[in-house]
Design a protein around this ligand. Sequence first.
Ligand SMILES: N[C@@H](CCC(=O)N[C@@H](CS)C(=O)NCC(=O)O)C(=O)O
Length: 257
Amino acid sequence: MYTPHLIAISVSHYCEKVRWALRWHGMAYTQENHCPIFHITANLRQSGQTMVPVLLTQQGPIKDSTEILRWIDAQPSQAPSLYPEGKAQEALDWEERFDEQLGPHTRRWPYFYLLQQPELTIPLLQNGIPRHEARLLPLMFPLAKVLMSRSLKITPDSVERSRQKIDALLQEVGQVLKDGRPFLIGETFSAADLTFASLAAPVLCPPEYSVPFYTPEQAPLAMGDQIQAWRTTPAGQHALRCFQSHYRPGWQVANPV
Ligand SMILES: N[C@@H](CCC(=O)N[C@@H](CS)C(=O)NCC(=O)O)C(=O)O
């Protein structure tokens, strides 16, 4: 019996989305976590490309968090489907929207602040990664900072645009929830809520997240204030509630392995 193997960047919110789905369905899996840059060789070797998450399965590597969720959801499980009958397309539409329009911005916006704060960021990236990566990371940090700023296209203007996009999407989600529905597609928790909560996590810092985030108090002032403000929005509250009530912990890690 082949156990699926997850290749991840430990702090990545797209990887958190997959971890959440694996645990939702109680699926046994093994995993390896890397910090950015170091993930490249391990991933290239095993899946032929660099982006994570990747789930290695008996059928081969599955890339892209949405493809992975759909594969996990199609396996035998006691848990309710994340794509409920009759609402599957609606859940998938939300999921794809969050993947494309939320995830990139909730990554760029915090990294703008974090890459200027090695004392906060290095321990965050060291969670769960191999010891040799953890030891090399402080030496590599200046290079990682340049490469990540470039690949995430971090500039003061792009960061402000990301802040506005996060704001707009949180407002839209708040509007949808205004009729009192407990979840985005109605009465049932689905891939839509799971994706929204996972991908919003870097700007809300839920305490349940697999990797212990910075708290708003530890973050630089402008960042901490914005996190506090987003936490109090109806959409922010919804994401935090999903973590409290529908997140199945199982991999909390604080040290290099
Ligand atoms: N659409 C992809 C996005 C995944 C993604 O952006 N992954 C980032 C980490 S958060 C990544 O692997 N970046 C490094 C790289 O591309 O080499 C998904 O849903 O899985």
